[in-house]
Design a protein around this ligand. Structure first.
Ligand code: PPS
Length: 302
């Protein structure tokens, strides 16, 4: 049997993680089990938090921020895989790791990751006035990306068919809850706190400009050559080949890249290959209602 066939078999045998609710938001059960500790997490004033709805461009932003901090030194950014360099505070796979423990053990200054909606964010982040970067992605591409990710990731529930997933996503019955509430909640909080709110589509359209914004927010002055280097090293094609940024170091029983690679397409508008005309109409109608109370707008193609 070929090695990848054996890995597929191993991955097929691995059970999916169960899920439960924290304050009405669906979460993997291991996260629910330690929720009290997560809620009490003690942030430090020099923590930098990268917050997103799942699949909105977290890994890309992490790579950019790391390179900004290290003034474009690619070798430093290759010191460890993404999930080690940036503790994901509510993430726990008992056999693989626990974000909370990693964060506690990490020396400052730390760059942390969360997918929590603002209402579930451990209060110390806002109390300590930490800098927070929030990245949002248009919901159609976000949904497609999340669907494929759940197919390949045993640490999340089986997404079911695309038709089933479409309904679950609209109903907010996916881990980390409703996309609409997430992006709106963080948008409403951004002016009262130290939050830089960015969009995946802007990063695709003009990466250098968004990287400059990030550098300014972080307080780093970088020359043009370094900015160009960061644009290059954080392009989709380069990151896809980078084992320290493409999640290929996680056990294949957890993430099976032969089902769907973590670095899948990295484009704006892939939803057009998934949504039927009827689904698109239903989505648009629902979107209009749920987004009627916000000034927040999205680009669905470039
Ligand atoms: S996670 O699991 O929530 O941390 O995933 P996240 O990193 O937020 O999102 C993964 C999607 O982002 C795409 N990606 C990129 N797009 C453009 N450029 C770069 N450099 C890049 N890096 C990651 C990744 O391919 C996933 O999107 P899809 O649409 O599935 O390809």
């Amino acid at each position: 049997m070929a090695l990848n066939e054996m890995e597929n078999l191993k991955s097929d045998e691995t059970p999916r993680v169960p899920v439960d609710y924290v304050e009405g938001i669906l979460q993997p059960t291991p996260t629910c089990d330690i929720w009290d500790q997560i809620w009490k997490f003690q942030a430090k004033p020099d923590d930098l938090l990268i917050s997103t709805y799942p699949k909105a461009g977290t890994t890309w932003t992490q790579e950019i921020v790391d390179l900004i901090q290290n003034e474009g030194d690619v070798e430093i950014s290759k010191r460890a895989p993404t999930h080690i360099r940036f503790p994901f505070i509510e993430w726990i796979i008992p056999s693989v790791g626990c974000g909370l423990e990693q964060a506690k053990a990490m020396p400052s200054p730390r760059i942390l990751k969360t997918h929590l909606p603002i209402d579930l964010l451990p209060p110390s982040f806002l109390e300590e006035k930490c800098k927070i970067i929030y990245v949002a992605r248009n919901p159609k591409d976000n949904m497609v990306s999340y669907f494929h990710f759940q197919r390949m990731n045993k640490a999340l529930p089986d997404p079911g068919t695309w038709e089933e997933y479409f309904e679950s996503f609209l109903a907010g019955k996916v881990c980390w809850g409703s996309w609409h509430d997430h992006v709106k909640g963080w948008w409403n909080a951004k002016d009262q706190h130290n939050i830089l709110y960015l969009f995946y589509e802007d990063m695709k359209k003009n990466p250098k400009h968004e990287i400059e914004k990030l550098a300014e927010f972080i307080g780093k002055k970088l020359d043009d050559k370094v900015l160009d280097q960061i644009v290059h090293h954080t392009s989709f094609d380069i990151m896809k080949q980078n084992p320290m940024a493409n999640y290929s170091t996680l056990p294949s029983e957890v993430m099976n890249h032969s089902v769907s690679p973590f670095m899948r397409k990295g484009t704006v508008g892939d939803w057009k290959h998934h949504f039927t005309v009827a689904q698109n109409e239903r989505f648009n109608e629902d979107y209009k209602k749920k987004m009627a109370d916000t000034s927040l707008t999205f680009h669905f193609h470039l």
